[in-house]
Design a protein around this ligand. Structure first.
Ligand code: GUN
Ligand code: ZN
Length: 431
């Protein structure tokens, strides 16, 4: 069995930097290391101590580069890869004009496989090692994505997107079909290798009450599965929900009433929440997913990250590809920082890194598997070059500490800052 000893600067988290001061939450080692064996992290420490403890390990010395956990993107639509950065529409028009026509193409299994592989190649180049993706209405879209991820040894979550109204011909199922097809995919894939299934009603405007109830029943039968959907992204969407569900107390109630509110639920966007919605989401310990580049790109609003964190919510970070305008979690962290500023709050570089790794992993109930450099977690890592361009390099040279240096890469970095990526203990793509 090969032991790989990776040396470089390292950062890991002992606690959340939203709960305790950064110095207590995060550990930085300027000459640190990680030992990988069989796809797992089996030792961490200083370079010197690791060298002494593991003289038989194969050493990969990254010098001054920074080794952190692989990035975790808690909300994406991989089928929207080809239409990312489409110009000029608000949510509902954007769905109708760009998204639905593209999603129609995933009836073709070959196209689904092509885009799955393209998406996983692109995101790997951005250091994203795990993501929770929506499929399309077609079960083949999920199968193609899982097969591509499985080949790469990658931990991923996905689900068939369910819609039985307010979507074009060819992109609608029924309550029964949504139940049957989701159930078949769960039986085939849940827990196979590093694959997890998320029951996926797109959002309540595109599901009848009957479909939401069928998926709620399915979740009750498979409580180990995650559930992902959208919540309160834009104000006109919320009005639409009120007109479609006149008896619902609020948007969240359209999920709650049908068994779709729970601890393993991940609610994307969650920008315009009523006090009752905030209370209930907190009470059940549900995951909220902040999608900052999407929220500015589609003009949705400013997520209350600091307020919700202080109230004790579980929050992950996500690109929302392709409503979001970038595959990069560095760019996504930068956008989260900018939105926090527009809300007259601030986020430390440690908080941004935590959100993109341990925070997203926690929102996906995978904190015991991924999202940190800890013994016993899986070996998904990113090696960051903190001087990847002349712009960043000249700023980084003046940094007083690791956080200042990392912050320059967060704000200005792109895929050039991703020096190496390890997935499942390997830094060579599995394809
Ligand atoms: N709400 C429902 N579907 C979508 C989607 O595909 N993207 C975004 N941003 N919001 C949605
Ligand atoms: Zn989305």
């Amino acid at each position: 069995m090969t032991k790989s000893l990776l040396l470089g600067q390292t950062i890991h988290f002992d606690q959340s930097p939203f709960d305790v001061p950064v110095d207590a939450a995060a550990s930085h080692n300027s000459q640190g290391g990680i030992l990988l064996e069989n796809g797992m992290i089996t030792d961490v420490g200083t370079a010197a101590s690791l060298r002494a403890r593991h003289p038989d390990a194969v050493i990969k010395d990254y010098g001054d580069h920074l080794i952190v956990a692989g990035f975790v993107d808690a909300h994406v639509h991989y089928p929207q890869t080809g239409i990312i950065a489409s110009w000029g529409k608000r949510l509902i028009d954007w769905l109708n004009t760009y998204t639905f026509p593209e999603e129609m193409r995933f009836a073709d299994a070959d196209y689904a496989a092509e885009i799955s592989n393209r998406y996983l190649d692109l995101t790997r180049s951005h250091g994203v090692t795990t993501m929770a993706s929506y499929g399309t209405i077609h079960p083949t879209s999920v199968t193609a994505f899982f097969e591509a991820a499985q080949k790469r040894g990658q931990r991923v979550v996905a689900g068939k997107t369910c819609m039985d109204r307010n979507a074009p011909d060819g992109l609608r199922d029924t309550a029964q079909r949504a139940y049957d097809e989701s159930k078949a995919l769960i039986e085939q894939w849940q827990g196979v290798d590093r694959i997890s299934y998320a029951i996926t009603p797109r959002f309540s405007p595109t599901s009848t009450a009957e479909q939401l109830a069928a998926l709620g029943a399915l979740w009750a039968e498979h409580p180990d599965c995650l559930m992902q959907t959208h919540l309160s992204e834009q104000t006109d969407e919320i009005e639409w929900v009120h007109s479609l569900f006149p008896n619902a107390r609020d948007y969240l109630d359209t999920y709650e009433a049908y068994g779709l509110l729970g601890e393993k639920g991940m609610y994307g966007h969650a920008i315009h929440l009523e006090p009752r919605e905030r209370d209930r989401l907190k009470e059940v310990g549900a995951g909220l997913v902040h999608c900052p580049t999407s929220n500015t790109f589609i003009g949705s609003g400013l997520f209350d990250l600091n307020g919700l964190m202080q109230a004790g919510h579980t929050i992950g970070l996500a690109t929302d590809t392709g409503g979001g305008s970038s595959f990069s979690m560095l760019r996504t962290m930068a956008a989260a920082y900018e939105i926090a500023h527009l809300r007259h709050t601030s986020l430390h570089a440690a908080q941004l890194l935590w959100l993109a790794t341990a925070g997203s992993a926690a929102a996906m109930h995978m904190g015991d598997k991924i999202g940190n450099l800890q013994v016993g977690l899986e070996a998904d890592l990113v090696v960051l070059d903190l001087a990847s361009t002349p712009d960043i390099s000249q700023r980084s040279a003046r940094a007083n500490d690791i956080w200042e240096s990392l912050f320059a890469t967060i704000m200005m970095g792109d895929d050039r800052a991703i020096h190496d990526v390890w997935i499942n203990g390997r830094n060579t793509p599995h394809t």
